[in-house]
Write a protein that binds this ligand. Structure first.
Ligand SMILES: [Zn+2]
Length: 112
């Protein structure tokens, strides 16, 4: 039986983005059994409830809302990756706020 061959397209699809996002890949360290155990320990200690304190009151968000095991001192800032003492349970909103604050502090830090 004759096979019909298709010629490849002669014009490549244009990607009009000016800056391409980095390829999506999960941080390998976050996929290890050790990290999963750390995450579970942090969430369990918090009773699966956000630990952020706002206005003197603890955030009410709890499972089944999505919760993050957050590194209090971020790993890129030298925080221990697998020490439960460096972990806290945060809801999505508080995790976003905290990440933005850590980033702002990092950018404000003197270089050198
Ligand atoms: Zn919260």
């Amino acid at each position: 039986m004759a096979r019909i061959r298709c010629a490849p397209p002669r014009i490549a699809a244009a990607d009009t983005r000016r800056v391409l996002p980095p390829p999506k890949r999960a941080d390998a360290e976050l996929l290890t059994p050790e990290h999963r155990a750390w995450r579970e320990a942090v969430l369990q200690r918090a009773g699966h409830r956000c630990e952020a304190i706002e206005g003197g009151r603890r955030c009410e968000v709890r499972a089944p809302a999505r919760l993050f095991a957050d590194h209090i001192r971020e790993r890129r800032d030298g925080g221990a990756g697998l020490d439960p003492a460096n972990g806290q349970c945060l809801c999505g909103r508080h995790h976003t706020l905290k990440t933005a604050r850590a980033r702002a502090e990092r950018m404000a830090a003197p270089v050198g």
